[in-house]
Design a protein around this ligand. Structure first.
Ligand code: S3P
Length: 164
């Protein structure tokens, strides 16, 4: 069985994914990290050098490879569902879990580092709110939704495992 974590930037997909995998004795794959390794470049650099479309193509290519994994937790990037066809691939991989929180909370977490190329705008909060509004119907297609608002990791992970 596999678990695919989806949700906006700052939802905690990587942290929760890694801990859930450890708890279940599963493998853990972080898509952004995997793409960075395959390109030998950071996500921000890939966006700068090649543009967003190029990055999206890499995501789809990786998802196709991930349809072959077993006993794995996958943390996706926040924009993975903006590419048509990726949801079908995710469904093929395993159970999708939407990690949800308020925009304020997501913003606070997502801007702790400068790793998010899409938030390099004049008004990152507005950018983020607009993007979240546009995308939330995509995330809502997940099999399971878990709120991470308070991010009590144990609670979030227990609740997710209970609902699987
Ligand atoms: C993106 C989210 C990022 C990363 C890239 C694009 C997005 O992943 O894939 O910067 O479009 O929302 P995180 O959700 O891990 O920040």
């Amino acid at each position: 069985m596999n678990i695919v974590l989806i949700g906006f930037m700052g939802a905690g997909k990587t942290t929760i994914g890694r801990k859930t995998a450890a708890r279940l004795g599963y493998w853990f794959v972080d898509m952004d990290y995997q793409i960075e390794r395959s390109q030998n470049a950071r996500v921000t650099e890939i966006f700068e050098k090649h543009g967003q479309q190029y990055f999206r193509a890499l995501e789809t290519k990786l998802l196709k490879q991930l349809t072959k994994v077993e006993n794995t937790v996958v943390a996706t990037g926040g924009g993975v569902l903006t590419t048509e066809g990726n949801l079908a691939l995710i469904n093929q991989i395993g159970t999708s879990v939407y990690l949800n929180a308020s925009v304020e909370m997501l913003f606070e977490r997502a801007t702790r580092t400068d790793k998010r190329p899409l938030l390099r705008t004049e008004n990152p909060f507005q950018t983020m709110s607009e993007l979240f509004e546009k995308r939330k119907h995509l995330y809502q297609q997940a099999d399971i939704t878990i709120t991470t608002e308070e991010l009590k990791l144990h609670f979030v992970i227990n609740e997710m495992i209970r609902q699987l």
